[in-house]
Each structure stands twice: as C-alpha cells, then as structure tokens.
Design a protein around this ligand. Structure first.
Ligand SMILES: [Zn+2]
Length: 346
C-alpha cells in the first residue's frame, strides 16, 4: 500500500526553470513560472470568489444537457483528480492498484500498465511510438515489454519514447527502454533538467534526448503526431495529438499528461493547444495516462479491453461536442485562477 500511496502523490519537486515555447507564450510563461506543486484554492476560497462562480456558471451554460457531468467534475477547487489522490486527501485508503491486460483503445492505440497509471502505445506502419514508461525498470521489463508482445508488437521496433512529464510514474521505466531498444527519447526541456538532477540511486536517469518543442511533429511510417507544451502540472508537461483509427476512419485524439493550469500563462498555453492545435485537427477525445481524470474512465477502458466496439466508439465525441469539452475545461481552469487571485495566492 505504501507503494501505491507514494505513486498517488506524483509530486516530485518542481524547480524554477526556463521553458521551451514559441513566441509570446514562451515569454509570458518564462516570466512567471513558479516553483512547487500547483496551488489549489480551498473550497471556501472557491465558493466565496464571485469571479470563480461566474466562470462556473459559464462552464455549466456551455455544458448544455450533454456535458453536465464533465463540467461538474472539472469545476471543482482541484479539478478532476486521480482517484487514489482524492481518496488519500479524504483520509481513505485508495483502491489497490491492479495490473491490467493491454487494452486496445483504438485500432492503432493501446494502453499498457495498471489501473492507476499506464503507457500509451501507438502502432504505426514502421514501428512504435511509446508515450510514457511506467514506474520502474522492473515494470518496463515485466509489464510494458510483455504487454507489447501480447498485442503482437515488437519492442525492438520502439522508435520514439515520448515522456508526458518528468515524474517517476511516467519516466521510471525510461532508462530500461532507452538502454534496451535505443529509441529517441523526447521530454519537455525543464523536465529533462529536473530528471537529470535526481540523485536517487534507485532511480537512475535516462540520457538526455530531445527537448520537446511546441508544435513539433514526429513521423513514424504512416503516422504523424504533434507535441505541444502544456506547463502547469510541471514546467515541462507536454500533450500530444495523434491520429486514431476506428472502423475504417481516422480521428484525432488528444493525450494530456497534466490538466492543471497553475497560473495565467499556463492557461494561455492550454488555450493555445485547444484552439490552435486540437480544434484545427478536429480532435474528438481526450485521454490521460491516469484513468478516470479525463475521458478514459476505468470502467469504459476495461469494457473496451473485453470487447472492441464494432459500432460507434464510446470515447469519441463529435468535434463540436469535443470543442465544448475543451472550452469547459479551460473555463473551469479560469474559475480556479480567479479564486486563487481573489485569495491573494497568485
Ligand atoms: Zn505527475
């Protein structure tokens, strides 16, 4: 249980570091990035901020009748949290972590790992793009690699390892994958710096690969993914847009590695990702490496694992609905920032 609680924290120290972003956003973020984990308003600060309440009302208006549950989950003092962390904060024992069978989320996208955290595996015509690497070398060797083999993918064909952010539950297996298969490893620049500064003997760091940049595209075979910078959960957190195939059609998925908008520049970065990338590519789903925070709820994932759908995909929204989903997420981010500002915290 200790192990699960430690993972649930997912809160390595975040240093004050420069960011790699383009244009105005880069300057704004670099000028204001703060150290430490992102602050959240207390429930009292949240409910007593008139501006926060206006943003919540706007989010609920945008939710209409079909996104009420999503808006309700997003517009809270913390935003949606990992169930393990929420249980811990409520003084409860989190549900024990379970290893899952690899889940075919889309025809070319698999989730491999645990009920609490997993890695994304994108199968292309010429190898694999891996997003995240579980908690440790042991898990990379004993869970991730056998998981790839179970779905008939060859781990020797991992061409890229992309790390969503530098916390150990995403980087832990990275060195094993890098040393064993030699993929190009990409992570946000500030998170590389933090990762390489670690002195823990039980967590030997990867060798520095490439720094992710905003709008960077990676092509392997028939598949091109786009990386984007979403500083907030950590300064180097990134997101990825990728084509996902279902029933003969290609859609666009947005994988997020953190959904916290810790300050105004962070909000600007998220708005940029939603408006200038995801909406332009007609994205239809938002997935996270931890189940239950975004659209990939654990029960739906396990249902997908049992039976891949022959009809409509349960995790795909029409672009109009998904566009509102992102707008609601940003509006709820504004509500927390307003509460933090009104309380004098940021
Ligand atoms: Zn984290």
């Amino acid at each position: 249980m200790k192990k699960t609680l430690a993972r649930a924290m997912c809160a390595a120290a975040v240093a004050v570091l420069p960011l790699q972003m383009t244009g105005q956003a880069q300057q704004e973020v670099a000028a204001t990035i703060r150290s430490g984990p992102p602050p959240f308003p207390t429930p009292e600060q949240y409910s007593s901020s008139a501006r926060a309440q206006e943003h919540i009302a706007e989010a609920m208006r945008m939710a209409g009748t079909d996104l009420v549950a999503e808006a309700t989950a997003f517009c809270t003092p913390t935003g949606p949290q990992r169930p393990a962390l929420a249980a811990q904060q409520a003084g409860l024992e989190p549900a024990p972590e379970r290893q899952l069978e690899p889940i075919r989320m889309f025809e070319n996208l698999y989730y491999v790992g645990f009920s609490d955290v997993g890695a994304w595996v994108i199968a292309t015509s010429d190898g694999i793009i891996l997003f995240d690497a579980l908690n440790s070398a042991d898990e990379a060797r004993d869970v991730l690699v056998p998981g790839l083999q179970k779905v008939d993918l060859d781990p020797a064909q991992i061409k890229y390892l992309i790390i969503g952010h530098g916390h150990n539950d995403h980087t832990g297996g990275g060195k094993y994958i890098q040393d064993t298969y030699g993929p190009t490893v990409i992570m946000g620049g500030p998170d590389w710096d933090t990762h390489l500064a670690s002195t823990r003997a039980d967590r030997p760091p990867m060798k520095r690969g490439l720094d992710a940049s905003d709008g960077q595209t990676i092509t392997v075979g028939d598949t091109t993914v786009t990386l984007m910078l979403t500083p907030g959960h950590t300064p180097g957190t990134i997101a990825m847009l990728l084509p996902v195939k279902h029933n003969g059609e290609t859609h666009t998925a947005l994988i997020m590695s953190g959904s916290q908008m810790r300050d105004r520049p962070s909000l600007v970065a998220f708005e940029h990702v939603f408006n200038d990338f995801a909406k332009v590519q007609n994205a239809g789903t938002m997935l996270g490496g931890h189940a239950d925070i975004l659209m990939n709820k654990l029960p739906q994932m396990e249902a997908l694992g049992k039976q891949y759908p022959t009809g409509d995909h349960p995790l795909l929204f029409a672009p109009e609905k998904f566009s509102r989903y992102m707008d609601i997420m940003a509006e709820c981010g504004r509500s927390r920032l307003a509460a933090l500002e009104d309380a004098g915290i940021i």
